[in-house]
Design a protein around this ligand. Structure first.
Ligand code: C5P
Length: 218
């Protein structure tokens, strides 16, 4: 693959609801990077599966991925916990991961011209999708804090869920994402750990901005 030169590449991995998405969005906006929430691709495939269980097979997914555009990932239906859990199940399949590998790579290494780089977040970005990223972060928070954040987000979307259900679903997803054999969630040695448990969104942003500016302003 031909790679665009002189672009800034940021790779982020994190467990569910750790605040990585919010952070990645603000960082992307500030540095003019294209942002890809890779979890949304798995969620979109999961939604296809839930909606079309009979049609769902690799060829069906292949066709959908071929025509995939970032705007498709903005669908509000992708945000439910049911879709998240299904995403975590299908994400264990090597054949499915293979189908979306190139889409992620292309965006990371050849972002559209108007951008100065790319920022991807997910579970295997720092070591599988963008292993040579200029900056790698592992963003986490304790499980209760993550559940509270997700609960508030779902309530804001008028979903009828209990806190207990949300906490259980996050714990299940952690178990599945950290322990799977294929592309598990892990913190690589070269990733910087950011624990957002006690940090505001602004404080997280400033912490990361400081790290980036120190290196790119040399
Ligand atoms: O990040 P989000 O919670 O939307 O991701 C949904 C699920 O997709 C995760 O629980 C994980 O199993 C899967 N995923 C993945 N690899 C990625 C991004 C997400 O396996 N790069």
């Amino acid at each position: 693959m031909i790679q665009k030169k002189d672009i800034l590449k940021i790779a982020i991995d994190s467990p569910a609801a750790a605040g990585a998405g919010t952070l990645a969005k603000s960082i992307s906006k500030y540095y003019n990077l294209i942002y890809l929430d890779t979890g949304k691709i798995y969620r979109l495939i999961a939604l296809y599966k839930l909606k079309n269980p009979k049609k769902f097979n690799l060829n069906f997914i292949k066709k959908k991925i071929k025509n995939l555009e970032i705007k498709d990932l903005k669908n509000k239906k992708l945000l439910s916990d049911e879709v998240g859990m299904e995403a975590s199940i299908i994400a264990k399949k090597k054949s499915i991961r293979k189908l979306i590998y190139s889409f992620q790579k292309k965006l990371a290494y050849n972002p559209p011209k108007k951008y100065d780089g790319s920022c991807l977040d997910g579970r295997d970005i720092t070591y599988n999708i963008v292993p040579d990223a200029d900056f790698k972060f592992f963003i986490t928070a304790n499980v209760k804090t993550r559940a509270i954040r997700r609960y508030k987000e779902l309530k804001g979307l008028k979903k009828s869920v209990s806190f207990k259900e949300v906490l259980k679903s996050i714990k299940n997803r952690d178990k599945s994402d950290y322990n799977r054999k294929i592309s598990p969630l892990k913190k690589t040695k070269d990733s910087l750990l950011i624990n957002t448990t006690k940090l505001s969104k602004r404080a997280c942003f400033l912490k990361i901005k400081k790290i980036i500016d120190r290196k790119i302003n040399i």
